[in-house]
Design a protein around this ligand. Structure first.
Ligand code: H79
Length: 431
């Protein structure tokens, strides 16, 4: 279940056969991975100059916006209503334990103060503030861990050359120095890991734009691990995990599913995460009203936990720094559910019965939590458990319920399902 972190180091056999080596993961990173898995629920934030266009975060590519035109957009970014306290409180109120925010997306604009380029929120906009610094300080105050999303793909930087599959029509000359681009990224990552206190880690995205390029990941990963030995590396490269990485993340899908069309079905041995939009957009999209319902969001959290996976639930704040009321209300309602039922999610791992259509199981020590998600009847038959069930109670009322255990399985007699309850949670004490 919960791995012991007492040993100084843990030897992991690499899945990359060609390296033929063993990776030694230091104890502090194993501890950070365990913390991360215990957290189970985080907030993803997509916010950048694209938020002003109110059409997601890909408009520069989708509409072939030339760099000078997009630079004007950047130069007018002034989110005067941004308030780190409000954002962190919204995450905390939703029961989230960490925040992962875009420090730089594919448009190449840095949402933090950086010396590596003037094309950043402090130097290039009338705002002149560093929102990541304000967030880092506020997260520290409110006990939330902060991770930085960082795009390796860049539609603006001249040295992102040769180009990949996207960002081809932004008007850059057909020249550029790839190793300078890698050095630029490493300089920025050094800043992110030096100027913001202890951070949770780096969430990479965009490498899939140039799958065959030499990204020199070994150097970048070693740099991160040297600067902050507890920082986790979470890459969204759509491939099986590579050496130095800590979490395998899946976009809009649970591990093994691929409704998105680009997620790998190769699941390694690392902790896993699913990132999910609350409507159908990452960046603020003013016409996207396809919001997931609160019961659906509860199901996503619980189905992720039952698959031993974290859920990273996204919001796309508006360009003035405010969060849409549709998102805020869902966050606080999800938080109300988490404050009542969170013990069956936080600090758990996937349970003894693998995910089923009717629901999932999670476990912590000698407690198994049965999450009944899609089952209208009172009698539920489950697959056999290896351990003996001593007691079965409903999590919400604490009332004992009848059960029968045999070699054929476990049957539970549940209270009537009420239409308000997204999840009927049974606590089994096992021995
Ligand atoms: O930040 C959000 C998105 O902007 C970013 N990741 C999330 C977290 C994202 N960018 N692209 N995608 C997600 C999906 C991209 C799919 C495609 Fe392709 C890019 C389709 C064609 C080009 C990758 C490369 C998949 C096929 C080829």
């Amino acid at each position: 279940m919960i791995p012991s972190i007492k040993s100084a180091a843990f030897i992991v056999t690499l899945s990359v056969a060609s390296l033929g080596a063993q990776e030694v993961v230091p104890a502090e990173r194993l501890a950070a991975r365990a913390w991360y898995q215990d957290a189970r629920l985080g907030m993803f934030i997509h916010w950048g100059v694209y938020s002003q266009l109110a059409r997601g975060e890909w408009l520069m590519q989708q509409q072939d916006i030339p760099i000078p035109t997009y630079e004007w957009l950047a130069s007018s970014f002034n989110p005067i209503r941004f308030d780190a306290k409000t954002w962190v409180a919204a995450a905390k109120g939703a029961g989230m334990k960490y925040i992962t925010i875009t420090s730089r997306h594919h448009d190449g604009f840095s949402m933090f103060g950086t010396k590596a380029t003037r094309y950043n929120i402090v130097d290039f906009t009338p705002f002149h503030r560093d929102p990541l610094k304000e967030l880092a300080e506020e997260c520290n105050r409110q006990g939330i861990k902060l991770f930085f999303y960082y795009s390796q793909l860049d539609w603006h930087h001249p040295d992102y050359f040769p180009r990949g599959g996207t960002g081809l029509k932004t008007g850059r000359p057909d020249t550029g120095n790839w190793s300078s681009y890698i050095a630029f990224m490493n300089a920025q990552l050094t800043e992110l890991l030096t100027n913001y206190g202890p951070i949770g880690g780096i969430w990479f995205d965009g490498m899939w734009d140039k799958p065959n390029a030499d990204w020199d990941l070994a150097t970048t990963y070693a740099l991160i691990h040297r600067l902050q030995p507890s920082a986790l590396i979470i890459p969204n490269h759509h491939k099986a995990p590579l050496p130095g990485e800590d979490v395998q993340t899946f976009e809009q899908d649970l591990p093994g599913a691929n409704t998105a069309g680009f997620n790998t079905k190769e699941i390694g041995t690392l902790p896993t995460e699913t990132s999910l939009t609350m409507n159908n957009s990452w960046g603020f999209n003013i016409t996207d009203s396809r919001w997931k319902s609160v019961p659906d969001l509860v199901h996503y959290v619980v189905r992720a936990a039952g698959a031993n996976t974290n859920l990273l639930l996204n919001i796309g704040p508006r360009p003035d720094g405010t969060i849409q009321p549709e998102a805020l209300s869902r966050l606080s309602e999800l938080g109300a559910w988490m404050s009542k039922y969170g013990t069956s999610v936080y600090g758990t791992r996937g349970g003894p019965v693998s995910p089923r259509d009717w629901g999932v199981t999670t476990q912590r020590n000698d407690s198994v939590f049965v999450h009944v998600l899609q089952w209208r009847d009172t009698m539920l038959g489950m697959a056999p458990l290896a351990k003996k069930v001593l007691r079965a109670t409903m999590l919400d009322t604490g009332r004992e319920i009848p059960f029968a255990q045999s070699a054929a399985g476990l049957s539970l007699t549940l209270p009537q399902a009420s239409s308000q309850e997204p999840d009927r949670v049974v606590v089994l004490v096992v021995h």
